[in-house]
Design a protein. Sequence first.
Length: 523
Amino acid sequence: MNSLDWAVLIGYFAVMVAIGVWSHKRVGDVSDFFTAGGKMPWWLSGISHHMSGYSAVMFTGYAGIAYTYGVTSFVTWSFPIALGIAIGSKLFAPRINRLRSRLHVASPLEYLKNRYDLKTQQALAWSGMLLKIVDVGAKWAAIATLLAVFTGVSLNEGILITGVVTAIYCTIGGLWADALTELGQFIIQLLAGLAMFFAVVVELGDHGGFFGVWDEPELQGHAEPLVGPYGTIFLLAFLFIKLFEYNGGMLNQAQRYMATATPREAERSARLSAVLWLVWPLVLFFPMWMSPLLVESQKADGSDSYALMTEQLLPHGLLGLVIVGFFSHTMAMCSSDANAIAAVFTRDVAPVLSARARRWNDRSGLLAARVTTVVFLGLSMAVATQVDSPTFKDIITVVIKWVAGLMGPIAIPMMLGLLRPFRRSGPTAALTSWSMGLLAFWLVNYPVNWAVEGGVPLEYQVSIPLAVSLILYVLTGYAKPEDTPERLAVIERINTDGDDGSAAAAVPARSGAPDVAPARTTD
């Protein structure tokens, strides 16, 4: 990087902070901070949903998969996400929007107190928060790795720089700042991605051109959709995982649906995000598929290949723009995660831990939300410094094995609890599904993995916890149905619009957590 690239990067950080400061005036209470008061346009929500779904891990971990295996990086990652969001646009997006518009909650997990019970809500809240700390830690490590390639700053310095800038704007402006910065980041990464795409296409003239390049020896097998550890079982497992994760199971995407004005707009938001996930990653991945022709990775997993290629092909100025594109993805995802976890802690966890928290007014609740955001970012940055330790091994191991493997047990009770066909599944089914899924993850990844020669294949490490959770959630619901009138009333309010009668819709509060607000007779 030279002075021009540094100017682009510093200018980007300044704009992000300025957007956060400008967004501050739009935040008057906790609802504005966590769900934008239900006033976010569907197109902004859709772009924000897309941008908050991936980070610099795409340019490190997934770049390594693309460098080694080729097209399977798209087939087994972004394609399942696009398909999962498209399905969720009908199945989940409108229902999650009704959590805010009908039940008047500000956290995606707030409804679980009445859908199941307080114990279930707390189990999912605590495990979700802990998983998110690890997940976001991997994102910080990914962007710091890229920053180290271009600038020479240490991993810890890179983590500190990106974390502090993100903390400033998302703490000040809440979800509005997240969404508006993500819009700016989307424009930046659009320009950066196209610049890299065309730079690589120009280089392919010496290798047979756009279509003939696939015959090059370095790209043998790169056109195969399912190769290496990424086979059919992995693809199917990832589709189910991403169906839950990207429609609200990881919390931050749920907020985008909640932030729109109506269930219909939430549906449109999801469809826009699905289209972006289907089309845009093809532009980003193509240079990665070609990278074995152009650079030789210095890392065994190929995670530095995209950064080396960028450094080699782009002139100064454009190089700075692409680096800004790396930052845009990571900061978008991490800031949205921080906002989501702050919502879960202040709305679902703190009131159970402290009687004082149950009496917070708008000002106190907003202050608690901002403090929680900073604390979460600090904890995730601490974890980021350990991503390359023996505990986590590397970035892609954290993202695929830990996050994907643990997603099912946490997300299944939350997401399936929204749907009428699973109305029989109550607290027993939810806690059984959650606990046995976590146990299955531990068994498959540690005792069984150690005992099997060569280890358990990655596709089974990811799929078995999900399958255990899903099967037990359904079977336990049939074996021990807990569809009480109160729980059925919650499900009906999530699944319907309009006047459903105050008596039928009454939702009793449970002690130890903030009550769901009384239902209004009209939407």
